[in-house]
Design a protein around this ligand. Structure first.
Ligand SMILES: Cc1cc2nc3c(=O)[nH]c(=O)nc-3n(C[C@H](O)[C@H](O)[C@H](O)COP(=O)(O)OP(=O)(O)OC[C@H]3O[C@@H](n4cnc5c(N)ncnc54)[C@H](O)[C@@H]3O)c2cc1C
Length: 388
């Protein structure tokens, strides 16, 4: 793996830094407080071409890969945007751009990719209230009627569904009991939104209040058969190609938030004097921050490896899961100790650390829970018996 960045990669980092400076912590404090979508930030990402990073040039993108996407996300996040620096790009570029680039036919690529490169928002409707982590228990059903699929079901925690123009929907096309194998029977659909058959209800949540996460009720939704993405019944295998980059994106976010928190904590620890000397001279303050930095840099390297493997079309699930575990451990450790460094001020909204704490903790729960990522490593990397 060669870590010398190309001219284009350096440009991505520089552009991301510039954008992050324009939309720093104060901006996100306000957006989070007011529960307001960051229209001008989104516009800046689109104008910079970030929504097209992973989209092939012939469809209006820059034809780069996950490695470049990770560079953009990590920089936006660590230079001031927090989770927002990753979140919106993940919704659009990974759920829409990566999925369609990887599994779309020519017609689907021509229809969606140029629009995504220009900022068409997307969402992923995978999680269901009853199935939870167990995606193979998906109940949303798509039944073929003539040239259409009629879809009914319910989804939960669907981020960005309130605004998205497109939805990657996971539904069952063969009932579980009739599927020849438990991993067969799910399919992916591209759904144009808004649609009267898709009811979207935002859920009140703990953080990331500048973006809505929603309950989605699907009632007799009619989708033309040409909107089936990839092969019928093989959706489980296809969606993994989206879920691994999603994991890499959230690892970039965890590492980025950690770096942001460390930077702010270090600045504060140099200034703040309580017993005559700066608090940063005490090992109790300094060492956890040093440890956080070391942990984050290790997690970043693992995430780069995952992205590099993905771009080379090599198996990357082990690295994607290990990077996610390492990055969220490092990120939460960093923000926790940043909060300790700030003392009582760490709890005050004005210092931003409490917001990053709310944001980084999500990455333990989503896109894959910490436990399920560990279960993957236990089973597929260490070769231990399946634990569930
Ligand atoms: C803010 C937010 C945004 C989200 N955005 C999206 C989105 O855009 N699209 C989407 O499809 N989903 C989204 N999700 C859903 C998210 O991916 C799920 O919440 C997550 O996968 C966990 O599912 P669950 O909440 O049903 O937990 P459950 O599956 O009910 O699990 C509960 C707990 O039990 C543990 N557990 C369950 N089974 C096992 C086992 N076998 N071994 C060990 N531990 C186990 C889990 O690790 C977890 O700690 C989002 C969630 C949140 C909170």
């Amino acid at each position: 793996m060669d870590f010398e960045l190309s001219v284009e990669q350096k440009m991505i980092v520089e552009t991301a830094s510039d954008i992050a400076r324009d939309f720093g912590p104060e901006y996100w404090r306000e957006k989070d407080k007011k529960h307001e979508f960051p229209e001008d930030f989104w516009k800046a990402l689109v104008e910079a071409g970030f929504t097209g990073i992973v989209i092939p040039e012939e469809y209006g993108g820059s034809g780069m890969g996950m490695f470049e996407m990770i560079l953009a996300m990590e920089t936006l996040t660590s230079e001031g945007c927090g989770l927002a620096g990753t979140w919106f790009l993940c919704l659009t570029s990974i759920f829409g751009g990566v999925s369609i680039t990887k599994h779309g036919n020519e017609q689907q690529k021509e229809k969606y990719l140029p629009k995504i490169a220009k900022g068409m928002e997307f969402c992923l409707a995978l999680t269901e209230p009853d199935a939870g982590t167990n995606t193979l228990n998906t109940k949303t059903m798509a039944v073929k009627e003539g040239g259409e699929y009629v879809i009914n079901g319910e989804k939960i925690f669907i981020s960005g569904a309130d605004r998205a123009g497109g939805m990657l929907l996971v539904a069952r096309t063969t009932p579980k009991e009739k599927a020849p194998k438990r991993t067969l029977g799910l399919s992916l659909f591209l759904v144009d939104l808004p649609n009267p058959a898709v009811e979207v209800i935002p859920i009140e949540k703990h953080g990331i209040n500048y973006s809505k996460t929603c309950q989605v009720f699907i009632n007799d939704l009619r989708v033309p058969e040409e909107n089936l993405l990839g092969e019928k019944d093989k959706g489980w295998y296809h969606v993994v190609d989206t879920l691994n980059p999603e994991r890499m994106s959230f690892s970039a976010a965890a590492a980025g938030i950690g770096l942001l928190a460390i930077k702010k904590a270090v600045e504060y620890a140099k200034e703040r004097r309580v017993f005559e000397v700066p608090i940063g001279s005490h090992q109790a303050i300094q060492f956890p921050l040093a440890e956080a930095k070391a942990k984050i840099e290790a997690a970043r390297l693992l995430n780069y490896k995952a992205a590099w493997l993905y771009d080379k079309e090599q198996p990357c699930a082990a690295e994607a899961n290990m990077a996610k575990v390492a990055a969220v451990e490092a990120g939460t450790w960093a923000v926790y100790h940043a909060m300790q460094t700030f003392g009582g001020y760490g709890y005050a909204v004005e210092y931003d650390v409490e917001r990053w704490w709310r944001e980084v903790n999500l990455i333990r729960l989503a896109p894959v829970t910490h436990q399920m990522a560990l279960a993957f490593i236990g089973q597929h990397v260490l070769g231990l018996p399946k634990s569930y």
